[in-house]
Design a protein around this ligand. Structure first.
Ligand SMILES: CC(C)(COP(=O)(O)OP(=O)(O)OC[C@H]1O[C@@H](n2cnc3c(N)ncnc32)[C@H](O)[C@@H]1OP(=O)(O)O)[C@@H](O)C(=O)NCCC(=O)NCCS
Length: 131
């Protein structure tokens, strides 16, 4: 299991995307694994955006484990807009989870496209070796 979590003061600075891209290079290029699956809470738009930027695509959805409603999703007015992303379950709540997948072939295609764009942008025609 892999988890990524930054302190509130370090969010939205590109660190999560950079860290995940570095990990994916190791996972697909060095370890030669064929696919990476993950799940992400439906309400977590920022994390979903990071996974999409790295090439992950949605492949399913399901309800997560039941937990206490400590944030008060079903009590406080402010959460009304996201309530559909949770299910009330005998006094506990279950978050809706999206399953996502990235396969090595897609990662390789994306890496090749990025590399070609970089070569074209910088005009370094002799730069043919990928890092
Ligand atoms: C999820 C996490 C690791 C992402 O790392 P990060 O460094 O904050 O993310 P980045 O800065 O690389 O990218 C964030 C992207 O989400 C976008 N974003 C931020 N808030 C958003 C929102 N409410 N809705 C949609 N997109 C949002 C940003 O604009 C950015 O996309 P862009 O580059 O296209 O503009 C980090 O936010 C975190 O630690 N969150 C708390 C723990 C967590 O949720 N972990 C993941 C569990 S699956």
């Amino acid at each position: 299991m892999l988890g990524v979590s930054f302190r509130p003061g370090r969010l939205n600075q590109g660190l999560g995307t950079d860290a995940l891209r570095a990990f994916l290079g190791h996972y697909f290029r060095d370890m030669r694994l064929s696919a990476l699956f993950l799940d992400v809470a439906a309400f977590n738009r920022r994390a979903q955006r990071v996974y999409e930027k790295c090439g992950f695509q949605r492949c399913g959805e399901r309800w997560g484990d039941a937990q206490a409603d400590s944030a008060g999703v079903f009590r406080h007015q402010e959460f009304e807009g996201v309530r559909a992303l949770f299910r009330w379950d005998y006094g506990l709540i279950r978050p809706l989870l999206f399953d996502m997948v990235l396969r090595r072939r897609e990662w390789e295609q994306r890496r090749d496209q990025d590399w070609e764009q970089r070569v074209a942008r910088t005009g370094l025609a002799g730069l043919r070796e990928r890092p």
